[in-house]
Design a protein around this ligand. Structure first.
Ligand code: NAD
Ligand code: IPM
Ligand code: MN
Length: 364
């Protein structure tokens, strides 16, 4: 298979981890006889520095013609005081909106070797396995007006019926091929947008009698995520709630540095990026965890290219590394070996090209 992939390294640790994903994809390509070509473009703070915009037209053009897009992360203190149209985050929001990447999938799964890495008790995180589906191109992130007024400020939360319907449908479809339980998270006791959201979920549920539905208010959902995570199978929620809940859910896996994501358009075009940001506090130190980025590349293989075996191979290699005790500074594995970004990537590469050890270790 031949595929052309756009790389958007972005800022901070984004630049440090994107190469890890590229190396792993190159190893997979050679093992399975595929040809992946890569083309790098600017987005975020570096694009502001070089082109005076967080999202150059050239980047959007290249992304819209690509087979898939891999992104690192954007942002950093250097640009924090910029006016909003010149903030790195505007580049990311812009590419999501312009390419209509409305469905953001954020899988959260406890890995057995990381059970002790979470600050939560082992018996709570054990067997957590959920998919957070976050609406990505609507809601309060994009509503207008969003501005300072003479004596205050306004942000606008807006959703069309169609925008809600298409993401809710994604939720039901995903639940149908998983454990058939959909939790819809809203704030229907307060927000008009959430009342419509809940009505639409109820309507759609008639088309999916095999899927059971729970409605949770977002505050209660936040609590349940860390007290009873095994309750959740698929979560579907609006843009801002999904952003907040997914960082919270990362605690189940032991680190934000473990969570990948896929942002999809209805025709399958996808942008793949870690859930975490550019981590200015550790940028430049060579210690960032590259696994969320590498697992995002696996999601790309699965969702954009249909290469399920290859995606599984990456997941297996990541699992094997952790079973061997390799971990970056954000994760604690008792008796493990702490390594930097480069060595962690090498450990994954080593496992991509050698036979699985997971089975033998699990059986022994
Ligand atoms: P962050 O996700 O960058 O970092 C939060 C904490 O997690 C930090 O302590 C960081 O060191 C740690 N962390 C994150 N990823 C890690 C990794 N791979 N390995 C090890 N540790 C990791 O969030 P923040 O500090 O709130 O935001 C920093 C910047 O990133 C801001 O400018 C923000 O807007 C931006 N941001 C970008 C994205 C994105 O591009 N998708 C996502 C979130 C935040
Ligand atoms: C994310 C990030 C972004 C968001 C920011 C950087 C705009 O937090 O991808 O989760 O809020 O969507
Ligand atoms: Mn976020």
């Amino acid at each position: 298979m031949e595929k052309h992939i756009i790389l958007l390294p972005g800022d901070g640790i984004g630049r440090e981890i994107i190469d890890s994903a590229k190396q792993v994809l190159t190893a997979i390509a050679s093992e399975y006889n595929h040809r992946f070509t890569f083309e790098e473009h600017a987005i975020g703070g570096n694009a502001i520095d070089d082109y005076n915009t967080p999202l150059p037209d050239k980047t959007v053009d290249a992304c819209s013609k690509a087979d898939a897009i891999l992104m690192g992360a954007v942002g950093g203190p250097k640009w924090d005081a910029n006016p909003s149209h010149l903030r790195p985050e505007k580049g990311l929001l812009g590419i999501r909106k312009q390419l209509e990447l409305f469905a953001n999938l954020r899988p959260v799964k406890t890995i057995s070797s990381l059970l002790y890495a979470s600050p939560l008790k082992e018996e709570i995180v054990n067997q957590a396995d959920m998919l957070i589906i976050r609406e990505l191109t609507g809601g309060i992130y994009f509503g207008t007006p969003s501005e300072r007024t003479p004596n205050g400020v306004v942000d606008t939360l807006r959703y069309t019926r169609e925008e809600i319907e298409r993401i809710v449908e994604r939720g039901f479809e995903a639940a149908r091929i998983r454990r058939k339980h959909l939790t819809s998270v809203d704030k229907a006791n307060v927000l008009e947008s959430s009342k419509l959201w809940r009505e639409i979920v109820e309507d759609k549920s008639k088309e999916y009698p095999d899927v059971s539905v729970t409605h949770l208010l977002v505050d209660a959902a936040a609590m349940k995520l860390v007290t009873q995570p095994s309750f959740f199978d698929v979560i579907v929620t609006e843009n801002l709630f999904g952003d907040i809940l997914s960082d919270e859910a990362s605690v189940l896996t032991g680190s934000l540095g473990m969570l990948p994501s896929a942002s999809l358009r209805s025709d399958g075009l996808g942008l793949y990026e870690p859930v975490h940001g550019s981590a200015p506090d550790i940028a430049g130190k060579g210690i960032a965890n590259p696994l969320a980025m590498i697992l995002s590349a696996a999601l790309m293989l699965e969702h954009s290219f249909g290469l399920v075996d290859e995606a599984k191979e990456i997941e297996r290699a990541v699992n094997d590394c952790l079973l061997q005790g390799f971990h970056t500074a954000d994760i604690h594995i008792p008796g493990g070996v702490q390594v930097g970004t480069k060595q962690m990537t090498e450990a994954v590469l080593e496992n991509v090209t050698t036979k699985s050890i997971s089975d033998s270790i699990c059986k022994s």
